[in-house]
Design a protein. Sequence first.
Lengths: 422, 315
Amino acid sequence: MKYLIKNSTVIDPKNNINEVLDVLISNGKIKQIGKNLKALGAKTINAKGMITAPGFVDMHVHFRQPGFEYKETILSGSLSAIKGGVTSVAVMPNTNPVMDTSERVENLQKIIKKDGKINVFVLGCITREQKGENITDFSKLKSVGCVGFTDDGHCVNSAKVMEKAFEKSGKRNLLFISHAEDTSLSAGGVMNEGFIADKLGLKGVSNESEYKIVERDIKLAKKHKARIHIAHVSTKESCELIRKAKKQGVKITAEATPHHFTLTEKECESFNANFKMAPPLRKQKDVDAIKKAIKDGTINCIATDHAPHAVHEKDIEFSNAMNGIIGLETALPLAIENLVDTKHLNMMGLVCVMSYSPAQILGVDKGHLTEGSEADVVVFDPQEKWIYNKEDIVSKSKNSPFIGKELKGKVKYTFVAGKLAS
Amino acid sequence: MTKNFKWNKKDLLGLEYLSAEEITHILDTAESFKEVTTRDIKKVPALRGKTAANLFYEPSTRTRGSFEIAEKRLSCDVVNMDMKASSITKGETLIDTGKNLEALKIDIFVIRHSNPGAPNILARNVSASIINAGDGFHEHPTQALLDLFTIREKLGKIKGKNVSIIGDITHSRVARSNIWGLKKLGANVTICAPKIILPKFAKEFGVKVTDKIDVALKDADAINVLRMQFERDIADAFPSKEEYFNQYGISEERLKKAKKNIVVMHPGPINRGIEMSSEVADGKNSVILEQVTNGIAIRMAVLYLVAGVKNKVSS
């Protein structure tokens, strides 16, 4: 099948393209990008006013398979990604069992081969059973396709263990992703520490519990010339530490989630657990600092931390509810509204933090529209307004605080390896 | 004062959510119900044909008893549900419980729950009225309303009066509701406790914060002394109960330095000899038992007002 996407603004940060052009997709590849293209037998899509970009790459999602298929599966997660224009994801290893051995990863790879409608990259655990004690076999995990290592959901609380991981990385330059949360400080906390938590009678999680670990990981990565990626940055202090570390040449990258640059702790006043996350929603000053860090490149990319949960895990008492929200289907509009419309990023910058940049971090050949490469492409209307209805959610879970809200920016077509996906 | 006021809230979730006018209207309404409780026949037909369910997810004797008496004096049918023994242990969610009970055509839920916000969640999901009888460390609005009622009765007004709340503020829903109510009605509020049981950001309530009992007592027109809960983990931080009494307990000597007619309140149950001496608890300044009596009138007023709201939609 051939597709000819006509008259859209093509944005490709890697190849520095940003103009109205046609894109020809043929045999699963980007065949040609140019002016007034013609192709016999191609299905033509008139995309005037729209943007054609490399399919988005989300380096932080929870697809819950194996173990929690009632929340999400490789298949349902893929379909949710397609709805959001996401053609590549990295799945977090906190499944059941966790992805800490090559056998377990191989089993998951089989499921992905069968059900993955998009490119699903696997992240392995840093420690066995994510207990923060014994390091996994990175070489073996890498040999079965793990693109990086993380105990996400848990922090590697022991500096000694984290240091050992960095040591073992050696010259291989492995990607470690840090869920920075000092649980000796955050234990029992359910929302951001501050007056709002005090008045609601909820236990707080301090900024310190995050940035103390960021500080530690920077120090250790620097010492061992290892790579570190900070997941879901939520505090102003972390932004400042990462900025400083980058200036010093530390091999550090970072991501921010749409909810952390969109919402504040004030939302928790509703006791609606769709505003409960780890790390928690913070203050406006933190939101502003994250946006500034995205603008100046301190934060490299946007990742959703797509975290599906069932109704009985979220629509309950705030303190008892699980952490996290789904995010794949709302990332683009939230980024347009909160980063592009506010002039923190132009459209080129947005496409970069949502596709090319995360692909670079993961070390995968994705996130660009180079002629001859696999055609993972998103076409979106940056202006179209739509209501995010619960009934329209593709993910198996519906835990989103944005349900019922009007959003701006809609994905119209998602191509995975040249196939129009839906 | 609030003669032409029309009450329109289906729920009472907390005093943070009420205006000064609404709080005053509850207090005024309670005055007429207090008169009812002095009669020989203490029952009025105001809520005849209505059903209230008292959902207590946490043990409570006095608040639950007080609500039950208030409901019965309004001729309301009452179902008491000990939720600990009920379906929550089998995994039914709060919302499911609410919807199931609503299917039994219950008009008013009175809920006590250990999780902050449980009444708010219920209120959003059912169209019946929700009255918060205490949710975690968040709010205990009827207790604060009866405290306000008692202060107003004793001092004539609340505006401009100096009221100190003394004790474990961090773990107290009574304290939070009192702060909101007192602030809205124009009192000068001081909170006093050892630093370890003062919320870190307490100043942002707009109150004076001190860890010195003499500061809290000086110029106070009323004090509300909270129950010390030594079973909590923070108890480790205290040297001993005796030490707490020495530093913060309300004794006759301490009271001598305060205003002569200072109103001494306590939400009960009292730990005699820990937060307050027996002499003070039973002394002339103590209004502790009057608070209990006023609690009935306040709860009757609240039940009556929320039940009277027509066209209820879940908030």
